[in-house]
Design a protein around this ligand. Structure first.
Ligand SMILES: [Zn+2]
Length: 452
């Protein structure tokens, strides 16, 4: 037994794993390419052994079998709790935390009326610091162990956010948003100063503790000059281990504006493509209105589309065809996209994803929703050797949830016939109240029992 090994015992454990060669994927999830990417595993009276010295998972399975294999380790008994992987929120905006719930007509009007004024406040370090504390607190409260975050245009805000993430113990990819045209002066930064500031942020934070990473972050094509787009592509080329995150094809009004601004462009994607900003480390928020040929090219280039369902319905942006997107071979992950998104809870995001595809006559299976909220995000970041599910060798990033926190959920789950029914009931009823404990690298970051 390794020194400091602990076995977490719970009534059930849920996660999704990549399909094993020769092993058939459950017929319940075989729907297009999405279902071919994983299989659901549910273990009763489960044991999850973690080596506290490395933070890594040593073993997972039925408790008695894990105990027999691991030996004389300490046992943490979570009683009726369920263990599942920490969530990955692959797209959200830090400076929009307090702009959630701003009534808007459509994307551009909403940005101009609420969001640019809200983000302009983040030039102030004290605003950034106090908001970052609440932002990371909300992520932990909702079981999010890895998040991919747009900060504001201001270098100080991104620096402060990294610092608060560093202290929080959570994993994060953060980008200082780049904008130099078509917005109020308070949220613009000259492209030369912008790149210089990012060089400093990358040197200071990218790779810190194996938990923090940098993303080159043009907001979208309408708010960056050609000089800035080129400079950002060059910046990423100098630091190819960083990520790229941006927005694409969110709503129809935006498509019209982009077509007017770039009359010679083949399509929306080609604008990013021509600068060299689309590769396997690119995360593209939304992608609601992508064409077939754009999906094919995204798949070929290995980029990920981050579906943000509560944002899409809130702003009336449109109904993405997830099956078509997945069938084209595009990697898809899930994001809250707050402040246009309406909840930081991945349970709410999963439920909205289910509803939007139900409106298309293609409701997602419970296991597919769990995949999108966990392993899919880790795959998008090429961190699935480290996070995304509870396989031995990965980091011990997991949450323990309790059905007792919500009477309706407790009663519904008591009537469920199997783990996937319990999972789906939790998708419908779940929120921050169901989280009992949260662990990153085997370390407990949040314990609802000891919460004041
Ligand atoms: Zn966004």
């Amino acid at each position: 037994m390794p020194a400091g090994a602990v076995i977490h015992r719970a009534t059930e454990l849920w996660h999704v794993k990549g399909p094993v060669a020769g092993q058939s994927v459950s017929s319940t999830v075989r729907r297009g390419r999405l279902g071919d990417r994983f299989r659901f595993e549910a273990i009763s009276d489960a044991g999850l052994a973690v080596d506290l010295s490395t933070g890594r998972i040593l073993d997972v399975g039925e408790f008695a079998a894990v105990k027999a294999r691991v030996g004389d380790a300490d046992v943490v008994n979570h009683g009726d709790g369920v263990i599942l992987p920490g969530f990955v929120d692959a797209h959200l905006h830090f400076p929009q935390l307090d702009a959630m719930g701003s009534h808007g007509k459509h994307l551009i009007q909403w940005l101009e009326t609420y969001i640019f004024p809200a983000e302009s406040r983040f030039a102030d370090k004290s605003v950034a610091r106090s908001t970052a504390a609440r932002f990371t607190e909300e992520l932990a409260r909702n079981g999010v162990t890895t998040s991919v975050v747009f900060s504001s245009v201001h270098p100080v805000a991104a620096d402060v956010l990294f610092d608060v993430f560093d202290r929080s113990g959570l994993r994060a990819v953060v980008g200082k948003t780049s904008m130099d045209v078509n917005a109020p002066a308070e949220v613009l930064l000259d492209w030369r100063a912008d790149v210089a500031a990012q060089e400093v942020l990358i040197a200071k934070w990218h790779g810190r503790g194996g938990r923090l990473f940098y993303a080159v972050t043009p907001r979208f094509v309408l708010t960056s000059s050609r000089e800035q787009m080129k400079a950002l592509a060059d910046l990423h080329a100098r630091h190819p281990e960083t990520y790229i995150q941006t927005h694409i094809s969110e709503c129809e009004g935006e498509l019209r504006s982009v077509a007017e601004a770039f009359p010679a462009a083949k399509d929306y994607l080609s604008i990013y493509e021509d600068y060299g900003l689309i590769n396997e480390r690119t995360l593209l928020g939304h992608g609601v209105w992508l064409t077939d040929i754009e999906r094919e090219r995204i798949a070929d280039l290995g980029a990920t589309v981050v579906h943000c369902p509560t944002s899409n319905s809130f702003l009336g942006s449109g109904l993405i065809d997830l099956r078509k997107t997945c069938d084209a071979g595009v990697e898809v992950a899930l994001g809250s996209d707050i402040g246009a998104g309406t909840s930081l809870s991945p349970w709410a995001t999963m439920l909205e994803a289910y509803k939007l595809q139900a409106l298309r006559g293609q409701p997602l299976e419970p296991e597919a929703l769990l995949y999108l909220a966990t392993l899919a995000g880790s795959e998008a970041l090429h961190q699935d050797h480290m996070t995304g599910n509870l396989e031995p060798g990965k980091q011990g990033d997991f949450q323990v949830i309790s059905f007792d926190a919500k009477p309706l959920l407790r009663e519904r789950v008591a009537r469920a016939r199997n783990p996937r029914e319990r999972l789906f009931a939790t998708v419908v009823h779940g929120d921050d109240r169901v989280l009992d404990k949260l662990y990153v690298g085997g370390r407990c970051l949040r314990d609802s029992q000891s919460r004041s």
